[in-house]
Ligand binder design. Structure first.
Ligand code: SF4
Ligand code: SF4
Length: 81
């Protein structure tokens, strides 16, 4: 069993400060081309498959715009006769 992460951005809370981008050890996050209703560029997971679910990004975000999950992956055994 291995652990993988998933990060979700609340676009309306993000102000595009880039702290989460700078602190992610896996280079998962980047600024998207989109802006929210307050006119801020927002962050998105540009390499989501690299996320480990460490939650450093969520801890660094001053606006609590990030939610992180850790997903448990189970490997099914394939049995042959
Ligand atoms: S949970 Fe960790 S690996 Fe995933 S985006 Fe946040 S800082 Fe990066
Ligand atoms: S740290 Fe928070 S507010 Fe700043 S860019 Fe990342 S998600 Fe947006």
């Amino acid at each position: 069993m291995s652990v993988k992460g998933k990060v979700e951005v609340n676009a309306e809370l993000c102000k595009g400060c880039g702290l989460c981008i700078a602190f992610c050890p896996r280079d998962v996050l980047g600024l998207s081309g989109e802006v929210n209703s307050r006119g801020y560029k927002i962050v998105e997971p540009v390499s989501p498959s690299r996320c480990t679910g460490c939650a450093i990004c969520a801890e660094m975000c001053p606006d609590v715009a990030l939610t992180v999950w850790r997903l448990k992956r189970t490997k099914e055994a394939v049995l042959h006769d």
